[in-house]
Design a protein around this ligand. Sequence first.
Ligand code: MIC
Ligand code: SF4
Length: 640
Amino acid sequence: MGLNVAQKLLKTHLVKGEMIKGREIAIRIDQTLTQDSTGTMAYLQFEAMGTDRVKTKRSVAYIDHNMLQAGPENADDHLYIQTVAKKHGIYFSKPGNGICHQVHLERFGVPGQTLLGSDSHTPTGGGIGMLAIGAGGLDVAVAMGGGEYYLTMPEIIKVKLTGKLNPWVSAKDVILELLRRLTVKGGVGKIFEYVGEGVKTLSVPQRATITNMGAELGATTSVFPSDARTLEYLKAQGREADFTEMSAEDDAVYDGEVEINLSELEPMAACPHSPDNIVPVRELKGMKVNQVAIGSCTNSSYVDMMTAASIVDGKTVDENVSLVIAPGSKQVLTMLAQNGALEALIASGARILESACGPCIGMGQAPVTKGVSLRTFNRNFEGRSGTVSANVYLVSPEVAAASAVNGYISDPRDLGEPIDVSVPEKFYINDNLIVPPAEEGADIEVVRGPNIKPFPKAKPIAEKVEGKVLTKVGDNITTDHIMPSNAKLLPFRSNIPYLSEYCLVPCDSEFPKKAKENGGGIIVGGVNYGQGSSREHAALAPLYLGVKAVLAKSFARIHKDNLINNGIIPLVFVNVEDYDSIREGDVLVLENAVSAVEKERVTVKNTTQNKEYEMALTVTERQRTMLKQGGLLNMVAAGL
Ligand code: MIC
Ligand code: SF4
């Protein structure tokens, strides 16, 4: 039986376990990436582990999220990351160099290698044939220290692409179609591997758009083969030496299959407030638009920007629309400047932002009250834009640019003659914003600003875990709900005590107060609890507030791992009716917790209602040890 691409990648990196669906495996990590809003914690944790130099083939620290610098906090964090990187053997990508995933694809991604990143969109690297996985900062810190990465062997789903995209239909529409079919929880525990004739028709940046937004399916990762198109891209980046070919064998077997005929796709949009709320753009045609934003790690490549520039060239952005453009990297921005496209964008009335995440994570450009914002981004969770009442639609650059000119949501197919933009034969290469690490780090002083506070550490599990239900929330609660991120809060990513004051506030404004008054407690959640980002802060803030367990109908992968890494027990209702009966304020007890966490099923008593709930603890053996020890750091310290 032949291997598929995902299996080849896993097999060549397998350190422990058997590649049998549902079993725990451990893989060797070749490369890591961090960004600044998760990076400070990851490096504090890395320092706490006492490793001198990273043991990976390549580790890169990017600055791309916290760029507003409205006070000294962001700059202090940047300096901390820059100095800690220099000392410990990590490349540092300066602010202005671009969004981590875009730059990593351009300059560092290597087909056939593994990449672990402290950002949920790390699977962008799957576009170049990497096994690229998003994880919490602590997992990345361990990988930097040479530790393996543990995961449950995912199901591998074949996504067979046939046909070819029609003019004005884009890679974004491919992933929106998959989200339409499978929803934001459809990818949990799965790797999506793209195969078929249609694959050849997609360039690396297009593939990267698709693998990037596979994160919204909840997938472990997504991957394309490494083929002639990959070589073409690497050559254009002056990196053909990094190429290796890799494709699925003819008789490769998969755990499931989805087929998408590219020729049948049309422009689509994800409507408020979820990336899987998909409709064809033609159904929204005519809706007035207040803001259009083009950028983010999903759609900020050279081709995306050139597409937008070609559409607005010679035209004027509608008087009621604010068009903002954030090119994904310095490479992209420079090329736009060199070939005149930047001039076309500026002339049309576009507002040019620096190469960073910017509005995608609410760092500026919050839309008008109740505004309609069209974004080429990957997440449209309520409030993430910085305006709670705004309605954000996720679309392709083609739809975005056409709508910016017209002032209403437009189907780009109405623009007529297709434009022709392709990957250039040679990208502009200038890596002068990438600072290499010191040869010898011993003498480098790590600079810590006053905003950097120690992170909370979990304690080994108590014999009896007891607490009040502090809050009960519904389905698909995102990490943006649990630990909101916006221009006001992002500067405090190194300050958990401060951030904890905002924990779960979008769902329950009293949550931090109740947690403190009760000396901690328990959270009850619905389906897919913790979807979205990799931010460990969504576990660290609850830990700081004394949360001991989360009971939910199901969990998103990275958040569940982050909870366990920080000693918080994730329990799943076996009978979903129990979720209905539970009330805020009920006291829940898990007796004999130390032995209970060794079992697949545990009984939680509701002493207020005199009921018992059967809960599943579906974690690996290693995670059971981790829960007993009080998290991953304690486990590493104990040499386990
Ligand atoms: C996001 O898109 O939500 C973020 C901001 O990039 C996060 C990381 C973070 O919260 O810092 C992610 O996707 O993991
Ligand atoms: Fe940055 Fe947005 Fe991408 Fe997250 S999704 S890495 S905030 S551009």
